[in-house]
Design a protein around this ligand. Structure first.
Ligand SMILES: Cc1cc2nc3c(=O)[nH]c(=O)nc-3n(C[C@H](O)[C@H](O)[C@H](O)COP(=O)(O)OP(=O)(O)OC[C@H]3O[C@@H](n4cnc5c(N)ncnc54)[C@H](O)[C@@H]3O)c2cc1C
Length: 780
């Protein structure tokens, strides 16, 4: 009986295998009905959605989606480095600009950058970082651009945004790629030299995240313009808001929908989203009022126009550019989003890391530096680990842009995760600093970044939308090795070719799915012993992470397939499923960047705690995302448990970083050292007298000298060798040769520096003028 059943099963498997393997059987029996089902499942995608999906390029994200990342390829990406000219710009004009910036004066007193700073920014060409040299710009690499913005951002959020916006998605970037030669020759030199202040207006009151739904419109017509009759152009009506640099701009980049009801251009009536560059002194342009975005006093405001005539030559790309605006924007977004916010976010996290470590050592409570308390260690380690990973992702993404990529999915990943991690780091830093972070004034270096963080969360794709819809939504279609081929085949009008192409893509897809099941299971069970595809020239300390990432990449590819198969177009509405898949893809990317950073930095042993903490934390988060995904997956219990068995055959075994590891990370942040310098490298560190950050650094250095002396004193008091208190105690300790005169001086210096560090500003009752009293004995 058993033998018969066994033979029957074997025969069944053999028949199935023959059907699946041999095309002449597979095509009619499997692929033809599947193609029909697949066509029904294809989601309705609007033209603007399709353009957004098609934008940019696929890079390392494609490997992560493949279920079998080619680690050799990743490790062979060139180590990103600055040129001598770029470094000189950072050490020269950028350092000088940072010296000139006083965020309290900017945000509280002037509510704008001071005139000399505006002039310096324009004169030194800060608006022309990405403009080619032949137009008078710097033609800097994306890495240099990122370093510039990060450094300025660590000093002043207002100045960073002011510099960042003209170098990101805006007139210069759009002209470079889509402008006519005449437009480039005229505007790019003017932008590079700061003769024009640009802004770009996309957002309308009724169209924020769904910017493609903007009501702003233009109607093609002929009119008299600058004395010439019958000039071809359009009358444009718009109402925009939140436009950065808008109130001071001389050149307004504007997005609107163009219509041609009279058929003047000889084509369709609805021409689509079109971009134009409009001098702000054009009659009819209303500009100049300001918004006040949470104490980020960069210039930002609304603007509008009612049937303003603009000639065709103001359209980016002139007549050829008509209707191509959305494509232009989506393609340019990938590069800008890869650089600006990742840089400012990393700058904020580095500031949090540098200051919280130093403050944790300098501030004492219960006769102990607060950084030694386990509760503070937890927050410090989180800042350290997050900052390490953020910088890795920032640099790797900028280097992708320098390799010629426009990594759209990766740009969404770094936009979301780096702004969120910056928010976490600044929150942690605020908690560590207690009241010192809360009382605002010239000596508060955290309050303004804390207030400004939500700006980064909202712009360039608000974070909830980016996490829930964009990362996986775009990733699934762009990075998946077969979906695009299957979709193209399904949409083909040639039925015969459609079936052949679909069949080929589908059979490869089947093999890919089987391999992902195999890899996921194999790494899940014996992952500690195998090395499939993992190169030998990696840091041995990191081997376990390569294994875990390979395993989760395969599991992710499997879950992506199952989700697409089960939900099809409905995945668009199942945002929480999409968000968790996006989280997994994101962690795979952030982790890969971190491994690459460790190799590029030369595997420094002192960075190992940072590497381990950030990898373990992210891998745990990835495991958590899988777990929640499986718990909430819209299917029956059998399917959920089958998937769980494949993904977690031995259960969930990845752990959060241990307390001991957090202790190690926090210790390297509490003392000067190469790991701390590497972690926070590239931010502005003032040295002038009375600069709060300079005082903090000096206090940290002094604490190392004074702590052993303080310990000697405490021991002497405990042993009853010293009986006096205050200044007398020091004299008694010197007399009794418990400490030397030099040691006593270091105690005094530390007392002064500690007081400078812990004091906060106070104001008269009308809050008019801040002062900070460092005198001994004053209490604040
Ligand atoms: C300081 C600042 C500077 C700016 N600078 C510029 C500029 O220079 N030029 C310009 O054109 N624009 C600019 N913007 C506009 C910015 O891009 C928009 O604020 C952003 O697109 C979000 O639009 P909204 O604020 O109207 O929010 P809404 O679109 O109303 O979104 C509200 C919330 O809903 C969420 N949401 C929306 N759709 C979905 C979805 N499908 N799924 C899940 N969640 C969703 C969002 O994530 C957000 O959390 C700026 C905004 C600010 C605040």
């Amino acid at each position: 009986m058993f033998q018969a059943l066994f033979l029957f099963l074997i025969a069944l498997v053999a028949v199935f295998s023959i059907i699946l393997i041999i095309p002449i059987f597979r095509r009619p029996i499997v692929s033809t009905p599947l193609l029909k089902i697949f066509r029904k499942m294809l989601p309705q995608i609007s033209q603007t959605e399709q353009i957004a999906l098609d934008a940019g390029t696929v890079w390392w994200d494609g490997d992560l989606f493949s279920g079998k990342p080619d680690w050799k390829k990743m490790l062979a990406y060139p180590k990103p480095e600055l040129s001598a000219e770029e470094q000189a710009f950072l050490d020269g004009p950028v350092e000088k600009l940072c010296d000139m910036l006083n965020e309290w004066q900017i945000t509280h007193e002037l509510q704008d950058l001071p005139p000399d700073v505006w002039q310096f920014i324009k004169d030194k060409g800060f608006f022309g970082l990405i403009i080619p040299k032949k137009y008078g710009g710097y033609e800097f690499s994306a890495l240099a651009h990122s370093q510039v913005v990060m450094k300025i951002g660590s000093r002043s959020g207002t100045a960073a945004v002011t510099v960042m916006v003209p170098n990101s998605l805006g007139p210069a970037e759009l002209l470079l790629h889509y402008g006519t030669e005449k437009q480039k020759d005229y505007y790019l030199p003017r932008l590079a030299k700061g003769k024009e202040v640009p802004c770009f207006a996309l957002t309308s009151p009724d169209a924020g995240s769904d910017a493609g739904a903007m009501p702003d419109f233009g109607v093609v017509c002929r009119s008299t313009f600058e004395g010439k009759e019958g000039v071809l152009g359009m009358r444009v009506t718009w109402e925009k808001r939140y436009i950065t640099l808008g109130p001071v701009a001389t050149l307004l980049g504007l997005a609107f929908k163009l219509r041609d009801p009279d058929g003047i251009l000889g084509g369709e009536e609805d021409l689509g989203i079109t971009l134009a560059l409009i001098p702000t002194n054009t009659p009819g342009v209303n500009i100049g009022r300001r918004h006040f975005p949470l104490n980020s006093v960069f210039q930002n405001g609304p603007n509008s126009g009612d049937a303003v005539f603009i000639p065709m030559e103001w359209v980016i790309g002139e007549e050829e550019g008509v209707g191509n605006g959305w494509r232009m924007l989506m393609n340019s977004l990938a590069a800008g989003r890869s650089i600006s916010l990742p840089a400012t976010s990393t700058g904020a996290a580095k500031l949090a890391a540098r200051t919280s470590g130093a403050y944790g050592r300098v501030r004492t409570q219960f006769k102990t530096p607060i950084g030694y308390f386990e509760g503070i260690e937890e927050a410090l380690a989180r800042i350290g680990g997050n900052t390490y990973m953020m910088d890795a992702a920032r640099v790797m993404t900028a280097s992708a842009v320098d390799l010629g990529e426009k990594p759209s999915v990766i740009s969404a990943i770094v936009k979301y995760h780096l702004t969120e991690r910056a928010r976490q780091s600044i929150d942690d830093a605020m908690d560590i600093h207690g009241g010192k972070g809360i009382c605002i004034g010239p000596r508060n270096y955290l309050g303004r970044p804390y207030q400004q963080i939500p700006v980064g969360i909202t712009v360039e794709g608000a974070n909830i939308l980016t996490r829930n819809m964009i990362i996986f939504g775009q990733g699934a279609i762009r990075c998946h090795p077969y979906i695009l081929k299957e979709v193209a085949a399904a949409k083909s009008q040639d039925e015969e070719q459609s079936l052949l192409d679909f069949d080929e893509a589908f059979s490869n897809h089947g093999n890919y799915a089987m391999r992902n099941v195999g890899y996921s299971l194999a790494f899940g069970v014996v992952g500690d012993y195998i090395r499939l595809g993992i190169p030998y020239n990696i840091a041995p300390e990191a081997l376990t992470y390569y294994r875990q990432l390979t395993r989760f990449s395969a599991a992710f590819a499997l879950m992506a397939d199952v989700s697409l198969l089960k939900l099809g177009g409905a995945l668009k509405r199942k945002e929480r499923i999409s968000a968790r898949l996006g989280d997994i893809l994101s962690m795979l990317y952030l982790c890969s960047a971190t491994l690459k950073r460790f190799e590029d930095d030369g595997r420094p042993a002192t960075d190992l705690p940072l590497l381990h903490w950030s990898m373990q934390d992210a891998i745990y988060q990835m495991q958590q995302a899988f777990d929640e995904l499986l718990d909430n997956f819209p299917s029956n219990i059998v399917m959920r448990w089958t998937l769980r068995l494949i993904i977690f055959p031995l259960g969930r075994r990845c752990l959060l970083p241990s307390d001991a590891l957090s202790h190690e990370v926090s210790r390297l942040m509490l003392a000067p050292g190469e790991a701390r310098d590497r972690l926070t490298g590239g931010i502005y560190m003032p040295t002038a007298d009375n600069e709060p950050l300079a005082d903090l650094e000096a206090a940290l250095n002094c604490a190392l000298e004074s702590e052993p002396v303080e310990a000697k004193l405490r021991a002497a008091v405990k042993a009853g060798e010293i009986t006096t208190q205050g200044d007398e105690m020091i004299n008694e300790a010197i007399e009794k040769k418990i400490i030397t005169i030099v040691e006593a001086a270091s105690l005094k210096k530390m007392e002064d520096l500690r007081r400078r560090v812990i004091m906060v500003d106070d104001f008269p009752a009308d809050l008019s003028e801040a002062s900070c009293d460092f005198r001994q004995g004053a209490t604040h």
